[in-house]
Design a protein around this ligand. Structure first.
Ligand code: NAP
Length: 563
């Protein structure tokens, strides 16, 4: 529905805008020329498509990307074992039929090297590279209110101006190191999983320590354990993990999947998280015990997020239902881990199944049955310091050749906080969001006109590409509208921001997911001020989110302040 509406706009307006350079000459503005109509920060999944659409509209556009290549998340996260845990064929772009015809996914849950290849393929196919400046880290973005434009400064001191600033900086792109003393003292090699080197790292026979047990660590651990001499996992909080059940995709199977792309995309459009999985209409407690056990067994044996996104309707909002689902998974962990003491340590006690993002795994639990793997519960023996030789806990010094920090991200707002973003009257975004993000539709922030966030806080998130495509198209529609009408400033109203923020906070109340600290609730114990859970995401389901945003666009953006 939305795609059709968007294609019409592109069709009608393409000609109007070709080669039109913004020249801010209306009402009191000086007759100066800006470098670009639009600057996009980031050349990941959202940024690449945003660039493509801006160019299709004939706007002058530049993307600044901190990495030396495209891909964002799939450029940086090269750690061993990194892969999708949404089905590959639901994660690819859908905006180009030709692209979908040309690209064959090799695995149902594609690995990082393949994902990076895919995004490079996209960049080449649509000639996107020519408008991307790589190794270009944006350090500040200031709004010039008199002349209504953004002025950006890169790390190397270069400055650029544009009418619109579009942030496509991701939700998990501000990695954080633990606040443990002595990290630099370590004489071996150490990496944060996000900053994994491009060269191949050999673990053979090495003594390796890994800190963290989130989705990234789980993928890393199960891979590194294959040939590490010794792997010590320093765990603070276990997570509920479930089997991925990945498999290769044959040519024949890919052709079959391709023939169903319309159906697959339609399915993703109707589910709350834009995955192919959607909650079962039944309630846990209304379902007879043997029937629900059978259902859970089926889910546990099925690939992907079904067990999380396709579970009983009440699993994430009814404590009793959640406790039963958690007990089912706990039973599986006990079955898979030989040592009952270790099994208990791997079972979360502070949150229920699915209330944090569920890491998907392949033989993760069996890793702890291997002689070369040791689980160290740092609640029993806290880490005191990183030493020259390894990790010192209250128990002993663990001698290591390599330390892997799988310690996560300052999620959702962290990548904004790391840029000095200033709106009208020099208002700093970081300060404005000190008590939590406030946005309109997850796109606009009060007092930051012409800044449009692709996949911003309080937007509808889920299967990343599915939700990002929508976000990118909505923003492109607005930019196009502004150009057509010679509008030089777009901003949300005060009431708009207040109402949307209150609405999102209200929607999130009562959900078990919002009670527990995790990146999804903006918690990062390594970042000051981010210790308590907050509602960071719209939780009304993506179909409702789209309905809301579509209505605003169709109504000529009357709810915005356009001038
Ligand atoms: P995470 O879920 O935030 O996990 C970070 C881990 O590091 C946690 O176990 C945390 O423990 C631990 N940690 C942090 N600081 C520590 C410290 N000072 N001392 C000891 N432990 C510390 O981050 P992540 O694993 O990188 O995953 C983040 C998200 O990225 C995932 O949930 C997922 O959405 C996404 N991701 C996606 C994929 C995929 O699509 N395939 C793969 C990987 C990740 P506490 O829990 O106690 O804080």
């Amino acid at each position: 529905m939305h795609r059709q509406w968007w294609s019409e706009i592109i069709g009608n307006l393409k000609e109007i805008c070709v080669n039109k350079m913004v020249s801010p000459t209306s009402k009191g503005q000086t007759n100066m020329r800006l470098n670009f109509d639009v600057i996009i920060i980031g050349a990941g999944v959202a940024g690449l498509y945003q660039l493509h659409l801006m160019r299709q509209l004939g706007l002058s556009v530049k993307s600044f990307e901190a990495g030396s290549g495209v891909g964002g998340t799939w450029y940086w996260n090269r750690y061993p074992g990194a892969r999708f845990d949404s089905e590959s064929w639901t994660y690819g772009y859908s905006f180009s039929k030709e692209l979908m015809e040309e690209w064959d996914w090799q695995e149902h849950f594609s690995s990082q090297p393949e994902n990076e290849r895919y995004l490079n393929f996209v960049a080449d196919k649509f000639n996107l590279r020519e408008d991307i400046q790589f190794n270009a880290k944006v350090i500040s973005a200031h709004y010039m209110e008199k002349d209504r434009y953004w002025s950006l400064t890169l790390e190397d001191g270069e400055c650029y101006t544009s009418r619109f600033l579009i942030t496509a900086i991701g939700i998990l792109s501000a990695p954080t190191m633990p606040t443990i003393k002595g990290i630099d003292a370590f004489k071996g090699r150490w990496f944060h999983t996000y900053h994994w080197p491009k060269e191949r790292i050999n673990f053979e026979g090495k003594r390796i320590g890994i800190i963290g047990t989130g989705a990234t660590a789980v993928q890393t651990i199960q891979e590194v354990a294959k040939n590490a001499g010794n792997l010590k996992v320093f765990q603070r909080s276990p997570n509920w993990c479930a089997p991925l059940h990945n498999d290769k995709i044959s040519k024949k199977e890919m052709d079959e999947i391709r023939s169903r792309y319309n159906e697959i995309l339609a399915r993703c459009r109707e589910t709350p998280g834009c995955y192919i999985h959607s909650t079962d209409p039944r309630n846990t407690l209304d379902t007879p015990p043997d029937e629900r056990e059978k259902f859970w067994e089926e889910l546990y044996a099925s690939p992907g997020f079904g067990i999380w996104q396709g579970n009983f309707n009440d699993m994430l909002n009814d404590r009793e239902a959640n406790a039963l689902a958690s007990e089912f998974i706990a039973k599986k962990i006990r079955q898979r881990v030989n040592d009952p003491v270790i099994a208990e340590k791997l079972i979360p006690k502070n949150h229920g199944f699915g209330t944090r993002r569920v890491p998907l795994e392949t033989n993760y639990y069996e890793v702890y049955n291997q002689n070369n793997v040791e689980l160290i519960d740092i609640n029993d023996t806290p880490i005191q310091t990183i030493t020259h030789n390894g990790i010192q806990t209250t128990d002993c010094e663990h001698q290591l050749d390599m330390i892997i920090y799988a310690t996560g991200f300052d999620a959702i707002t962290g990548s904004f906080d790391r840029i000095d973003i200033q709106g009208i009257r020099g208002k700093k975004l970081k300060e404005a969001w000190e008590d939590g993000p406030q946005t309109y539709l997850g796109v606009f922030v009060q007092d930051f006109p012409n800044m449009l966030m692709s996949m911003g806080p309080h937007a509808g998130l889920g299967n990343y590409t599915r939700t990002a495509e929508y976000s990118v198209e909505w923003i492109a529609g607005l930019v196009q509208y502004a150009n057509e009408k010679n509008i030089t400033e777009v901003k949300a109203t005060t009431e708009g921001v207040k109402d949307w923020t209150d609405y999102v906070l209200g929607l999130g109340e009562g959900l078990l997911q919002n009670e527990i600290g995790s990146w999804m609730t903006g918690v990062n114990k390594n970042v000051k001020g981010k210790e308590a859970p907050r509602i960071m995401r719209y939780s009304g389901g993506h179909p409702a989110f789209r309905e809301h945003c579509d209505a605003i666009a169709k109504d000529g953006y009357k709810q915005l302040d356009l001038s």
